[in-house]
Ligand binder design. Structure first.
Ligand SMILES: Cc1cc2nc3c(=O)[nH]c(=O)nc-3n(C[C@H](O)[C@H](O)[C@H](O)COP(=O)(O)O)c2cc1C
Length: 169
């Protein structure tokens, strides 16, 4: 018998999607002398040639219009000990950069100290999708350091977790 299909309630949608474990990033940019950033789970890779990545941002984001204006962004992939950074950059309307150390990437985007890795992009395309925008970035620079031995910050079923206590194959 086929599985039944009923209208999708928002809470069920969130719970179902929460079963997909992911890393956490902070998408940053810099314009008019000010750093910008927001916490973002929806980052993923798109294409090898050309090298493209993507994230989705809610239409009401205060950060994204300024990122669009800058035309570029960095993806800061958070490490296991940056849970406070993730929470800080998810708080709308606050000074998200208070106490945060960072430096400029090759494209001029903020790289948050202690991030697991960073990826520097120019905005390649933008597509409206429901109450979000899908943003495609073309990768222009990468963290060229040796692969970090630090652990990632993970998100699963609405909670942070990390691999610290487990072996990574
Ligand atoms: C774990 C986590 C993941 C998030 N992922 C996204 C995301 O993928 N896209 C998005 O638009 N907001 C995401 N958010 C919410 C934004 O970080 C939050 O709304 C932020 O305050 C937006 O700030 P802004 O209005 O200054 O842009 C996430 C928040 C958390 C805590």
């Amino acid at each position: 018998m086929p599985l039944s299909s009923t209208p999708i309630a928002p809470l069920s949608f969130r719970k179902a999607l929460g079963h997909y474990a992911s890393g956490i990033t902070v998408i940053t940019s810099h314009i008019d002398g000010e750093p910008i950033g927001f916490t973002c789970q929806s980052f993923h890779s798109v294409s090898m040639s050309p090298p493209l990545v993507s994230f989705s941002v809610m239409s009401g984001s205060a950060s994204y219009p300024r990122i669009r204006q800058a035309g570029r962004f960095a993806v800061n992939i958070l490490s296991g000990d940056q849970m406070a950074i993730s929470n800080q950059f998810a708080r709308k309307g606050t000074d998200k950069w208070q106490g945060v150390e960072w430096q400029h990437s090759p494209l001029g985007n903020p790289i948050i100290t202690g991030s697991l890795h960073w990826i520097d992009c120019e905005i390649h395309a933008e597509h409206a999708a429901g109450d979000h925008l899908i943003v495609i970035g073309e990768v222009k620079a990468l963290d060229l350091q040796e692969v970090s031995t630090a652990q990632p910050l993970l998100y699963f079923k609405g909670q942070y977790c990390n691999l610290a206590a487990q072996d990574v194959a």
